[in-house]
Design a protein around this ligand. Structure first.
Ligand SMILES: Nc1ncnc2c1ncn2[C@@H]1O[C@H](COP(=O)(O)OP(=O)(O)OP(=O)(O)O)[C@@H](O)[C@H]1O
Ligand SMILES: [Zn+2]
Ligand SMILES: [Zn+2]
Length: 802
């Protein structure tokens, strides 16, 4: 078995396969699957992952592995298989899928160092190698005669550690600790033997006689007021010893987080958790959809299910959307499980992320709470996977590999025979439909744990405001409620639903929105040509100068930012203290937390923000939630726009009245009759679900149909059009009768960075070989992709339709 199968880091489709390399003598004993290696490839040396070992190759004259980067595998066999599966499902390269599973630090090639972790004698070759130093470069080892096998053994013993140097900074920190190397009574004997002049040495020894602990050297020197030479003198006498210990950079101070105990579950919660616990106990895989209104205690169910998993010695993955991964959220998990929790968050530095990942890899924690990519946590004994706010579209990765964390979770759940929990107050139609069919098990929580009703929602028709002469973005009702709320000393959350603004065209008089006559989807305004376009069916028309419904001249496209809203509030309600939270004010690390803390400390009356304030936040003093423009998302060229609107309104309403005080919600809109707004205001998920499912069936969208989106881009527009047409024709030849290929049509954003973009959308019910067809078709263009800068991207089950 001296030949390794390696997936190499070359991002081109023609080499999406393994290559055979000969394993030189010095690596034979240590090389395992999941290790990274350096191999020659053409004229270069590149990185690759070992995915197998064989004794024969069909190729003659194999090249040799040059270097082994890891002495413990960074990917388990399960993850290697998962990588293959992800690559296949998402039509991406294996190397891309594998790299997506690893922290940044391991993706690039960094310099490495060997660090001595003990002052005890190391096996001989290492003493010579270190020659009295604590740290040596890895290259020095590689250039020596010491074997990799020997190194692997001392690493396993914990006497030497390998470090990756991130941007010339050591990724980890160490402290030197001092401890007595003999029991106290022997230290006392030694004390008597010390010469009377060695006062400091005596003082130091007494410290260890009285305190039988190890202590950080720096602290010790301060306490006893002495220097390292005193320590050294006692070490030379064999009385003290030093040990280097790793300090994990801990972005969350575990010690400061107050521990919480499990709450007694309500009856609803108990009924919901029972089947989940049964799956954990009997070790079988099932997907549970936990549909619970905001504030119904879903998180408590997660916590108690995880406790059950921990008790069984198993591990848990909890996924939460990036923007909900607030300190508040982390605290709930650390409060229950303390240091047994790793947190994977994009705001952590590369080094911090690596530390958290290592805790998982070394089995130092049993729980990880993280955003999308935490689904690849290298646990080997999973007992549960939880996806909170399962409807969030951020669970879908928007570049290669374009995987959905939900699909990956279910795949891992099958492998580990453990339950997967999808939780939401507003599940996706896809998940709810599966639950209705019995594919997933449904659990419902209808009541808030505080037994208070959901806050009452008032819909304000902004067209009437305009007719009454109010041209501000605040209705009279909202303005008055804000003033009253501030007077009572309570707080307001204001949502500016900005996503997708400025692209749709609406009449400010009657609320009419221009839609495509064939697709029932808002047309996109293209500023350059002053045209309205549909990118589902290529329909086009020119921008009207008057509203086709009411002839008003006030028809225009929209554009507003939080900054302008902030100015408007201060003009309208000068006494209001406003905190603004959007991409601009949260760009710097920690600013997100700072704003929330200021709000909790009541340093402001109003928290004004975009989508990021709608989720997961829990403020005691918030009694009013205002939505400035509920419909701004409704007219996005996206068949999910109603669903997203319903979800957002429900989520943001859930921020009010979560505690003692009763909450109130005011929703401003130009389309007060739209079902997603009306039904959200009534918290009526079921009617919304039925109505929306009907629409999806009629227009052949998910969950009735699956989608695949192929986007073609190139600098030359003609070439893009030709290629797209060729692709569409090739597809059409292969596909079933009831499969629809829409397009080619220009992408919603038809040109990015001077590249023209066209797309083909495939709607299908059953195409078992679709991936194979697409792969083959894309391969036909491989030459042009490589030489002519043509770009073809494929997104299976797209969420982002731009
Ligand atoms: N069994 C219980 N008894 C008493 N209080 C509970 C119980 N379960 C949960 N709670 C409390 O109820 C509140 C709401 O619960 P939680 O945040 O878990 O709900 P949620 O469904 O996750 O809400 P959201 O979807 O809005 O984030 C929390 O303050 C929580 O501590
Ligand atoms: Zn009109
Ligand atoms: Zn159309």
């Amino acid at each position: 078995m001296n030949i390794a199968k390696v997936i190499v880091d070359v991002p081109a489709s023609s080499i999406n396969q393994t290559f055979d390399y000969y394993i030189p003598e010095r690596f034979q004993e240590i090389l395992e699957n999941g290790m990274r290696v350096i191999v020659p490839f053409g004229p270069r040396k590149i990185m690759g992952f070992v995915v197998g070992r064989v004794s024969e190759s069909s190729f003659k004259r194999l090249k040799e592995i040059v270097e082994v980067l890891d002495l413990t595998p960074v990917l388990t066999n399960e993850l290697l298989d998962l990588g293959k599966w992800v690559a296949n499902e998402t039509l991406s390269l294996s190397i891309t899928a594998l790299q997506a599973m690893l922290p940044q630090v391991l993706k690039a090639q960094y310099e490495k160092e060997l660090i001595r972790m003990t002052d005890a004698e190391l096996p001989e070759p290492f003493e010579t190698l270190f020659a009295g130093r604590d740290v040596i470069s890895f290259d020095e080892f590689a250039g020596s005669t010491v074997s990799y096998y020997q190194l692997q053994k001392v690493i396993q013993e914990g006497d030497i550690s390998i470090e990756y140097l991130v941007k010339s900074k050591i990724t980890k920190k160490y402290v030197t600790k001092i401890a007595a190397s003999r029991p106290a009574h022997l230290l006392e004997e030694a004390l008597l033997d010390l010469s009377p002049s060695a006062k400091k040495q005596k003082q130091l020894l007494r410290f260890f006689i009285e305190n039988e602990t190890s202590i950080e050297q720096k602290k010790l020197l301060q306490l006893v007021n002495t220097t390292t030479s005193t320590v050294k003198a006692l070490m030379d006498k064999g009385l003290l010893e030093t040990k280097r210990e790793e300090v994990f950079r801990n972005p969350y101070n575990d010690a400061e987080i107050e521990r919480t105990n499990p709450l007694t579950l309500t009856e609803e919660q108990q009924i919901a958790i029972n089947p989940i616990n049964e799956a954990i106990d009997s070790q079988y895989h099932d997907v549970f959809l936990l549909h619970g209104v905001t504030g119904s205690g879903k998180t408590e169910i997660y916590l108690q299910a995880i406790q059950n998993v921990i008790n069984k010695g198993k591990e848990a993955i909890v996924l939460v959307p990036e923007i909900s991964l607030t300190p508040q959220m982390v605290k709930r998990f650390k409060g229950r499980f303390g240091a047994n929790v790793a947190v994977m968050h994009s705001a952590l530095s590369a080094g911090e992320k690596f530390d958290e990942w290592r805790k998982i890899q070394r089995k130092e924690v049993q729980v990880v709470v993280g955003a999308r990519s935490a689904v690849f946590a290298p646990f080997e004994n999973l007992g549960i996977i939880i996806i909170d706010e399962e409807h969030e579209t951020t669970y879908k990765q928007e570049d290669q590999p374009r995987y959905h964390a939900r699909d990956v979770s279910i795949h891992r759940g099958e492998y580990h025979q453990c339950p997967v929990i999808l939780g939401s107050a507003t599940p996706t139609l896809e998940s709810y439909a599966r639950a209705s069919k019995g594919v997933y098990k449904l659990a419902t929580l209808n009541k808030r744990t505080n037994d208070k009703p959901m806050p009452k929602v008032d819909i304000v028709d902004m067209r009437e405001e305009l007719h009454a002469g109010n041209r501000t973005m605040f209705s009279r009702k909202l303005k008055e409620s804000i003033e009253l709320c501030i007077e009572r000393g309570e707080q307001v959350v204001l949502l500016l639903n900005r996503r997708g603004y400025s692209t749709f065209v609406m009449c400010r008089d009657c609320g009419h929105v221009k839609e495509c006559p064939h697709c029932d989807i808002a047309l996109t305004y293209h500023k350059n040509s002053n045209q309205l376009k549909c990118h589902y069916c290529s329909h086009e028309e020119s921008m009207p100068s008057a509203c086709p419904e009411c002839q008003s001249k006030l028809i225009r496209y929209f554009g507003t930012g939080t900054q302008r809203v902030e100015e408007a509030i201060t003009q309208l309600i000068p006494e209001a203290r406003v905190l603004r939270m959007d991409v601009d004010t949260t760009r710097r690390k920690g600013s997100h937390e700072k704003i929330l803390k200021q709000f909790v400390d009541r340093k402001a009356d109003i928290l004004l923000g975009t989508q990021m304030i709608a989720k997961g936040l829990d403020f005691e003093n918030v009694t009013l939630v205002g939505v400035l423009t509920a419909d701004s998302m409704l007219h996005l060229p996206d068949f999910r726009s109603s669903e997203k609107t319903f979800q957002l309104l429900t989520q943001v309403s859930g921020r009010a009245g979560r505690h003692e005080l009763t909450g109130e919600v005011i929703v401003q809109t130009y389309t007060p009759e739209h079902y997603s707004i009306v039904l959200a205001s009534e918290y009526n998920f079921n009617d919304f679900y039925n109505k929306e499912m009907n629409t999806r069936r009629i227009f052949q969208y998910p969950p009735y149909f699956y989608l695949a989106l192929i986007t073609i881009s190139h600098k030359n527009r003609v070439k893009v059009i030709q290629t797209s047409q060729q692709i569409a024709q090739l597809l059409m030849r292969q596909l079933q009768q009831d499969t629809v290929v829409l397009g080619p049509t220009p992408s919603p954003i038809p040109r990015i960075k001077d590249r023209y973009r066209y797309q083909c959308m495939i709607k299908y019910r059953n195409e078992p070989d679709l991936r194979v067809y697409i792969r083959k078709i894309v391969e036909q263009f491989a030459d042009e992709v490589r030489k002519d800068d043509l770009l073809i991207t494929v997104d299976m089950q797209p969420y982002h339709l731009m």
